[in-house]
Design a protein around this ligand. Structure first.
Ligand code: ZN
Length: 397
């Protein structure tokens, strides 16, 4: 099966992540894809294969080289930010210019200049009503294509471990992995965008839930009595630097982001996230939030605001810097194939942001997927094919 057919067969299966569950994956729909992958992997005669209660697959293939076993990881779920029900993907021979998705929606070069890099390539797009699911089914297709070609072609390879995870998009993927079962010393997540970009760095991430309790009084008789919880939250939010929001930051800049807010006079709550590449900086940002809440509480004379701050994941560079040989290996593969490469810090988390801290250091490599999590998502098929070559050589390295 060619990689395009394979990819299209994966995106035809709905696998949107839902709310995290204790004993299974967030939405059982993704188990349909898990079963399909289990079946495809079984046909390649692994030495060991398992699927756990969360739908995470781990397949091991003994190798015939003295190189250490490596893990290749990709995730089955797609982002809840847009639907992936009935994805209608089409392949465009891209010659430049805007791509019309439907009567009212186009993928424009002005908004998405990465299209310029796809001129002369085949590009897979949606009909503008769903996301595509290239994040991360392009990664799965790349791994399966490379693996199938090696196993069916009876080519020499090192010991391999394939791990397909669930619930990456809600940050629960790493804890769903049965670590006792993992035999590799390190791995690679195939979950990035541009094929040139290698990532050994991710954000350090915190969630910050803000709870506000107000004092509700009839507005007609509220003078000097009402404490409007919604207004207290607005005061708190405005005490944080306006230009440290996602819409004003890029590159290595950190941010505070308001994900959701609801409230009335009596009570208000907000879900926020805080992100930075630097542990010292993020602690200062969290301290600023705590100080702002305290000052407001002091001025009101009671604990109107409480903050619940939790770490979600950490910059994997802290771990990966200790393993320069992993970097050398992937660079060697790019060099051997004559491909350009660059290091970029992921402005988000990857499965490796968590697994790197529990014994499986994992840099992230590209898939050719662009504009993920929305209707403008597209996959550069030529880049996906290039990444299948990269992964194949990694498997043989
Ligand atoms: Zn992803």
């Amino acid at each position: 099966m060619d990689i395009l057919k394979r990819f299209l067969s994966y995106v035809s299966i709905e696998s949107t992540a839902g709310d995290e569950k204790e004993s299974t994956c967030s939405d059982e729909k993704m188990l349909v894809l898990a079963d399909k992958l289990l079946d495809e992997l079984q046909k390649l005669n692994p030495n060991e294969i398992s699927i756990n209660q969360f739908g995470v697959i781990d397949a091991k293939f003994e190798g015939n080289s003295s190189k250490p076993m490596i893990a290749l990881l990709a995730h089955m779920d797609t982002s809840p930010s847009a639907s992936d029900k009935d994805v209608k993907a089409s392949v465009v021979d891209y010659k430049g210019g805007d791509i019309k998705l439907n009567d009212s929606l186009s993928l424009t070069v002005k908004d998405f200049p990465t299209l310029n890099q796809a001129i002369g390539h085949q590009v897979i797009v949606t009909d503008g009503t769903t996301l595509l699911g290239g994040d991360d089914k392009a990664g799965i297709a790349i791994i399966m294509d490379a693996l199938t070609s090696i196993i069916e072609g009876k080519e020499n390879h090192r010991p391999l471990e394939i791990i397909f995870t669930t619930d990456e998009e809600i940050g629960a993927d790493a804890k769903h992995v049965s670590l006792d079962n993992v035999a590799s010393k390190y791995g690679y997540t195939v979950d990035g965008g541009d094929y040139k970009y290698l990532s050994i760095e991710s954000f350090t991430a915190y969630s910050m839930n803000v709870m506000v309790s107000g004092k509700s009084i009839h507005p007609g008789y509220a003078k000097d009595k009402l404490v409007n919880a919604s207004n207290v939250f607005i005061r708190f939010f405005n005490a944080l630097p306006e230009y440290l929001r996602p819409e004003h930051t890029e590159g290595r800049e950190p941010f505070y982001h308001l994900c959701s807010f609801s409230g009335n006079e009596d009570g208000a709550k907000a879900e926020m996230i805080v992100r930075s590449f630097d542990d010292v900086q993020i602690n200062q940002m969290l301290d600023l939030a705590r100080l702002s809440a305290k000052r407001i509480n002091d001025s009101l004379g009671y604990e109107a605001i409480t903050l619940d701050i939790k770490q979600s994941y950490r910059n994997m560079r802290v771990v990966l810097d200790k393993y320069p040989e992993i970097q050398k290996e992937i660079e060697g593969v790019y060099k051997a194939l004559g491909l350009p490469y660059n290091y970029v810090a992921v402005r988000g988390g990857t499965t490796g942001s968590q697994l790197s801290f529990v014994g499986l250091p994992c840099p992230n490599i590209g898939t050719g997927d662009y504009n993920c999590h929305g209707r403008f998502e597209y996959v550069d098929l030529d880049e996906m094919k290039t990444m299948a070559k990269v992964v194949k050589l990694l498997m043989k390295a």
